[in-house]
Design a protein around this ligand. Structure first.
Ligand SMILES: Cc1ncc(COP(=O)(O)O)c(C=O)c1O
Length: 426
């Protein structure tokens, strides 16, 4: 499916200039001599050195995002939603900026501890915490978020001291159904009446109930629904005549994956919330994707290119095993050819993964110069919930991850090997 013959001017007028994809790329991204560079390194050099698929994180973008949170909510404790991508080096980098960790399993807690994050900066979540997880959370001295009736008992028995209670305020956010978390039917948290009972029970058991937690959902493109949730939380507290020490408002700010998506800035999203929280209450924020999403770019090598029923497929050496978001959430990405970054698109191509499913399509309609085997495809805004949700489907080992800054690349996760896949076989 090729576009009609278009002159360069028309392409620019139609907004098909590939370089516009730069808006979606990390802060350090440049196009020089026809090539994409990240953190001062040519994408093709990164791919040659570390192989593909390769997930590249830009340090500068992550630090800038943290600082945007600091500016928007100066007194807040920011904890990284580790589920967006659990990686010790990224957690260390974030810790260096004063960020803690929101974890929801024993495994994520281990990542945070390995990064040296102290217990007082760890918030432990989970809608079905095991006794082992509760004990690990207690041993780490983390703040535990009670999520279901009776959890106060397990927490107290495990030696937990400080807790929040997660409230479900009945707000249905405009986002994919799978990542709405504050609607009435949510599997997370407690409706107001149940939350009140749990607070009482926790106090009776001697737990220090520091406050309330709410998380509206993820990939949120507006702040008003979070404001409504916060107002409901404030109403709930007023009804209890309770002034808590802590209000944890979760994460949720969206990341832009394509140029049609509009998302608020950190300040636009956070300020309306921060300004409604009384000065003497400790605000906690738990951003995940907005800290690391735009910082990540995935590089793939294009293999086969073929026509099928009027569609031109370009197949990459990864797919739904390193980024299942298109299949899970209908996520729509854009891409550019990193090695021919200044060439104008000549048509629309379907980017297929290498897996044995027709649904393994990373991008339905990517506007690109005609792709050739060996080209390097760069997919922006792939730093959050991509590899974190990845698998080894079809026996495909998971890709390597590098962190780039100032002309240097550091391997922060080694590429898995087929031997790694066989390690647990008996
Ligand atoms: C409790 C909680 N906090 C924080 C986050 C991070 O959300 P996001 O990555 O959208 O900022 C999530 C993710 O859904 C969550 O469930």
């Amino acid at each position: 499916m090729f576009l009609p013959e278009l002159g360069k001017k028309q392409l620019l007028h139609w907004g098909l200039d590939t370089s516009k994809v730069l808006e979606l790329l990390p802060e350090s991204a440049r196009i020089e001599d026809g090539e994409l560079s990240l953190g001062g390194l040519r994408a093709s050099d990164l791919a040659d050195r570390h192989g593909t698929p390769l997930l590249v994180y830009c340090e500068r973008t992550i630090r800038a995002q943290v600082r945007a949170y600091r500016e928007a909510a100066p007194g807040a404790l920011v904890v990284y939603g580790t589920k967006a991508f659990a990686n010790v080096a990224l957690l260390r980098l974030l810790a260096d900026e004063g960020v803690g960790a929101d974890v929801s399993t024993h495994g994520e807690l281990a990542f945070a501890r390995a990064a040296g994050i102290p217990g007082e900066r760890i918030v432990f979540h989970g809608n079905n915490k095991s006794d082992e997880e509760m004990r690990a959370a207690a041993d780490a001295g983390s703040l535990v978020v009670l999520d279901s009736p009776g959890e106060a008992e397990t927490a107290a028995a495990a030696g937990v001291r400080r807790v929040l209670v997660r409230l479900t305020p009945g707000v249905e956010a405009v986002t994919h159904r799978s990542i709405q978390t504050a609607h009435e039917e949510s599997k997370f948290g407690l409706a107001p009446d149940a939350a009140e009972v749990e607070i009482e029970r926790a106090r009776e058991l001697g737990l220090d109930v520091e406050g309330v937690h709410v998380h509206v959902g993820s990939q949120l493109g507006r702040s008003d629904e979070s404001v409504v949730a916060l107002e409901r939380v404030l109403g709930f507290l007023e009804r209890l005549h309770w002034k808590p020490r802590v209000l944890d408002l979760g994460g949720g700010l969206a990341v832009r994956h394509n140029r049609d998506e509009e998302v608020p800035s950190v300040a636009e999203f956070v300020r309306p919330l921060a300004e409604r929280v009384p000065d003497d209450v400790q605000l906690i924020l738990e951003p995940g994707r907005s800290l690391v999403g735009r910082a990540g770019v995935t590089l793939y090598r294009i293999g086969s290119v073929k026509e099928s029923g009027g569609v031109t497929y370009a197949a990459i050496d990864g797919g739904m095993s390193d980024n299942p978001r298109p299949q899970l959430y209908g996520a729509r990405y854009e891409a550019l050819l990193a090695n021919r970054a200044e060439e104008l698109p000549s048509g629309v191509y379907r980017i297929a993964g290498k897996h044995c499913e027709s649904g393994d399509v990373l991008i339905e309609a990517a506007q690109l110069p005609e792709p050739r085997p060996g080209d390097l495809l760069a997919v922006p805004a792939t730093g959050a919930y991509t590899l974190a949700l990845g698998s080894t489907y079809n026996g495909v080992p998971r890709p390597a991850v590098v962190l780039v800054a100032e002309g240097r690349a550091r391997l922060i996760r080694a590429r898995e090997t087929v031997d790694d896949l066989l390690r647990f076989e008996r």
